[in-house]
Design a binder for this molecule. Structure first.
Ligand code: RB5
Length: 145
């Protein structure tokens, strides 16, 4: 699968490690920034990743900032993006099975890299269950209109 990676300045080291991890799992990764030395505001990179996702440039996005929350807000400002901010694997799993999350945001100042990898691994392997969950997502879509 094609996966966009993005971060602000606080998320750069974790994002780079996750890029290697996800590539080793067989996915095609595009790191849209920020890179060391760039101005790196989380709303900009969250929004940019969300726009690329909504445009179909990738199936999924993995985002990193200090808490994960700020960059998730940027991504979720784009209609069609369902970005979950995760600190543990259970929410990552259910966000995919029930909410069909297409982006995940992690906090580099909150969790360590091994937990981040575990969360990403669970999230990438989970599948949307459809059925009653699809109906609930359709309800949300109506609110966006
Ligand atoms: C940057 O210092 C920090 O505010 C940001 O990475 C993030 O935690 C915001 O949600």
């Amino acid at each position: 699968m094609k996966i966009i990676l993005a971060s602000d300045h606080a998320g750069i080291p974790m994002k780079k490690e996750l890029a290697e991890f996800v590539t080793a799992l067989g996915h095609e990764v595009t790191d849209i920034g920020a890179q060391e030395g760039q101005a790196a505001e989380y709303p900009v990179y969250g929004r940019m990743a969300g726009e690329k996702l909504a445009a179909g440039e990738a199936e999924w996005a993995i985002l990193v900032c200090g808490t994960g929350f700020g960059i998730s807000l940027g991504a979720n400002s784009v209609p069609g993006v369902r970005c979950v901010n995760c600190t543990e694997p259970y929410t990552a799993l259910l966000s995919r099975q029930h909410n069909n999350s297409n982006a995940i945001a992690l906090g580099a100042r909150v969790i360590g890299i091994e937990l981040a990898k575990m969360i990403v691994d669970v999230w990438l392997k989970a599948e949307f269950e459809g059925g009653r969950h699809a109906r609930r997502l359709e309800m949300l879509e109506m609110y966006y209109e």
